[in-house]
Each structure stands twice: as structure tokens, then as C-alpha cells.
Ligand binder design. Structure first.
Ligand SMILES: Cc1cc2nc3c(=O)[nH]c(=O)nc-3n(C[C@H](O)[C@H](O)[C@H](O)COP(=O)(O)OP(=O)(O)OC[C@H]3O[C@@H](n4cnc5c(N)ncnc54)[C@H](O)[C@@H]3O)c2cc1C
Length: 381
């Protein structure tokens, strides 16, 4: 039976798995390189496939209390805002500010007794002995090391090889505004997606303080910035909305700051564990964000691994099962997310009407299929 586990990274994957393992009586140390939880203010959506797991381990109540339940979603035309397709969303779909999500995961893990060591960068690992060496000069030995250090994971590269994260051909712009700035039509307080030429735009409330998160993603052939998260030029951003509905443009104008990202992805490694190390979250499978599933996969990984570790004393068997379940699932979600990107960014006037008809008749079915994945049942079989 495992007694001590080290986790590298206090993001969604690291904190969720840290909480779940601590709850099972395992001693957990989470190493986080930042001095404080410095998540950026941006919205994130969590669908039933992840919220049902958070519920099962007792985390959903306090997270949902800081978030929002939009209960419906609309796809609209960029110029007229006319509804192309709509569907109801149940109470299991929540939207939340990432800061509130991570802060809540952090607080709940700490309250449970999980040891979170901030300002501690892990600099090297001995994968066969389970030793982690941190910037605070500590060297400690663990039964298992969980690598949750995100898209730019250095340990993914050194222990599992493969390609570095690859630019996916999209740039995302995001910002926050307030409820008062929303266009005044029915459903504007729910989740809204607008299809425009070569770009799509999303907005939804995030819960506290009447804040509205928005995100625009456009095709782009190059991303040359060194950083993957920088402040963007507002007028440059607004120029991209020429021909869009004036109410949307006015809403965007109300935001103080605009940030921009290059979107990167990386294929899964052949195996998600090696010796005493296991990959979770973006360290294993960063994906394009068109289905809003990267964070949900991080939660699924955390739940899957912590459940398997609980039910078997044979760690190798648990890791093999983890790899088998997560590799197949995340590969499929990565592929589906990529296809959704092509679908969302159609620009040919001949294909747009066909895409819109498909969206009208397939949205409900495809969203329900995606969100109804039931890891709890899968683990029982
Ligand atoms: C534009 C955009 C929109 C998105 N929208 C959604 C959405 O709506 N829904 C959804 O489910 N997902 C969404 N995602 C994806 C989601 O944000 C990620 O999948 C998720 O944050 C991954 O969590 P993680 O814990 O694996 O990694 P991260 O959140 O990146 O956490 C990694 C942590 O490790 C720490 N770290 C790194 N190296 C070290 C080290 N050597 N030592 C110690 N600590 C270290 C970092 O400081 C960080 O805190 C979106 C992504 C993008 C880009």
C-alpha cells in the first residue's frame, strides 16, 4: 500500500488528486513553484463528466457555490445574433472563475491535511527511487510522484520523451466584463457561442461579482511570442470584430484588459507512467480548448488514479489500469476537440450554411454524449 505521495504542481490536476488521496489516508506533499496561488482571472466550464466526480469526493458543493449554473447554451450568428442552435444544460454544468476554482481546491485540500509547499520548484527527480529535489534544497523520498506541472512540463519531456508542445494554429483572446455590458436579448446571461468567419466567440457569467468571461479564438498561422499568456492590444483585438454585431463590439469595448494566448497541444505519450512517476492533466495531454475539456480531463485523471490506488494494493496493476483507461479517453477527447476547432472556424460562405444546419441538428446529441461519460461506472466494470 502506498504511504507517501509527492505531487508536482498545484493546478487543477495536482490539487484534485492531492485532495482525493489525502482523503484516503495517504500522506501527500504538493510542491508548487509559485509563491501563492496566482491563477489568472478567466472563466472555465466544468461539465457533468467532471462535476459528478467532484461531487463524489465531496468537493462540488463549495466549488459550485462560487460558480454559476447557466442552464442553457446558444450558438448564434456573429452578425445578427440569431440563434442557430440551442440546448438546455442541466445543473451539473457549471461556469466559474479559475481563481475561485483553484483557491477552493487549495483551501479544501489544506483543511483536509494535505501539505502544500509553495515557492518550491521541483528541479529534478530520481524516477526509479522516487526522490524529488526541490529549490528549497530538500530531497525527499516517496512511493509515487505525480507529475501535474502543466503544458510546459519539464518532466514530461525528460522522462517520457516525445514532441514538445506544438502550436495548434489558433490564437485565443480573453477578457472579463460585467453583466451590465451584456447584449440585451433573451439568453444573453447563459452560455453563448457566436460563429463568425474564421473565428468564434464565447461568453458566460462566472458566478461571483456579476463578472462575465469572454473568449475569442481565431485561426492563425504563426505564434512567435515567447510567453503563452500576455496582455494583448485592445484596439488590435477590436479590429478583428469588423462586421460583427454592434452590441457584441460594445460589450468587448467595456473590458479593461485583454489577454492573448497561443494554443498549443501535445500528443499523449505511449504510457502515462514510468517507474515511480505518473502523468496527469496538461502534462500528459494538453488539448485545443474547443470542447472545454482540458480541466475536466485533469479532474477525471485525478479521480481515476486516486480510485485505483485505493482499490488495489498492487501499484503497478493500478497504474496499468490508469494508463489503459486514461490514454484511450484523452486521445479521443483530443481528437474530438481538434475536429470541433475545424467545425467552429469554417469561413467559406458555401460551407457555413451546411455547418449551421449540422449544428442545429447535432449539437444536443454530441454535447450529451460528451458530458455523459461516467468514469465511476467504468471503474466498477
Ligand atoms: C483558452 C483556454 C480555455 C480553456 N477553457 C477550458 C474550459 O472551459 N474547461 C476546461 O475543462 N478546460 C479548459 N481549458 C484547459 C484547462 O485550463 C487546463 O487543461 C487545466 O488548467 C490543466 O490543469 P493542470 O493542473 O494539468 O495544469 P496547470 O493548471 O498548468 O497547473 C500546473 C501547475 O504546476 C506548477 N509547476 C510547473 N512546473 C513546476 C515545477 N517544476 N515545480 C513545482 N511546480 C511546478 C505551475 O506553477 C502550475 O501551478 C482551457 C485552456 C485554454 C488555453
Amino acid at each position: 500500500m502506498l504511504k507517501r505521495v509527492a505531487i508536482i504542481g498545484a493546478g487543477i490536476s495536482g490539487l484534485t488528486v492531492g485532495y482525493a488521496l489525502t482523503k484516503k489516508g495517504i500522506q501527500v506533499d504538493i510542491f508548487e513553484r509559485s509563491q501563492s496561488i496566482d491563477e489568472f482571472g478567466a472563466g472555465i466550464t466544468l461539465s457533468k463528466n467532471a462535476t459528478s466526480l467532484l461531487d463524489d469526493i465531496g468537493l462540488l458543493g463549495s466549488i459550485a457555490a462560487k460558480g454559476y449554473r447557466p442552464l442553457g447554451s446558444y450558438i448564434r450568428d456573429f452578425k445578427t445574433t440569431k440563434v442557430i442552435s440551442s440546448m438546455k444544460l442541466d445543473k451539473n454544468f457549471i461556469t466559474i472563475d479559475r481563481r475561485n476554482l483553484v483557491e477552493e481546491l487549495f483551501k479544501r485540500s489544506q483543511e483536509l491535511g494535505c501539505n502544500i509547499l509553495l515557492n518550491n520548484t521541483i528541479e529534478s527527480i530520481d524516477a526509479s527511487k522516487g526522490i524529488v529535489n526541490s529549490s528549497s534544497n530538500s530531497h525527499a523520498k516517496y512511493d509515487l510522484i505525480l507529475i501535474c506541472d502543466g503544458i510546459n512540463s519539464i518532466f514530461r519531456q525528460s522522462l517520457f520523451g516525445g514532441q514538445k508542445p506544438k502550436f495548434a494554429g489558433y490564437v485565443a483572446w480573453r477578457g472579463m466584463t460585467t453583466k451590465e455590458a451584456l447584449p440585451l436579448y433573451e439568453g444573453s446571461l447563459k452560455a453563448n457561442i457566436y460563429y463568425g468567419p474564421g473565428a468564434h466567440f464565447v461568453h458566460y457569467p462566472t458566478g461571483l461579482d456579476d463578472k462575465i468571461n469572454f473568449l475569442m479564438i481565431e485561426r492563425s498561422s504563426i505564434w512567435t511570442e515567447e510567453s503563452w499568456k500576455l496582455e494583448g492590444d485592445k484596439s488590435d483585438f477590436l479590429n478583428r470584430f469588423e462586421g460583427w454585431n454592434k452590441d457584441i463590439v460594445s460589450m468587448l469595448n467595456s473590458a479593461d484588459k485583454i489577454y492573448k494566448w497561443g494554443i498549443f497541444e501535445r500528443s499523449l505519450p505511449k504510457k502515462m507512467f514510468s517507474e515511480k512517476c505518473v502523468l496527469l492533466g496538461d502534462a500528459a495531454h494538453p488539448m485545443v480548448p474547443f470542447l472545454g475539456q482540458g480541466g475536466c480531463m485533469a479532474v477525471e485523471d485525478a479521480y481515476c488514479l486516486s480510485s485505483l490506488i485505493n482499490v488495489t494494493k498492487d501499484t503497478h496493476k493500478a497504474l496499468t489500469k490508469y494508463d489503459q483507461l486514461r490514454n484511450a479517453r484523452c486521445k479521443w477527447i483530443q481528437r474530438r476537440s481538434r475536429l470541433q476547432g475545424i467545425f467552429n472556424h469554417v469561413s467559406s460562405p458555401l460551407i457555413v450554411p451546411i455547418r449551421n444546419i449540422l449544428a442545429k441538428f447535432t449539437m444536443k446529441f454530441s454535447v450529451e454524449k460528451l458530458h455523459s461519460y461516467d468514469l465511476i461506472t467504468e471503474l466498477r466494470s
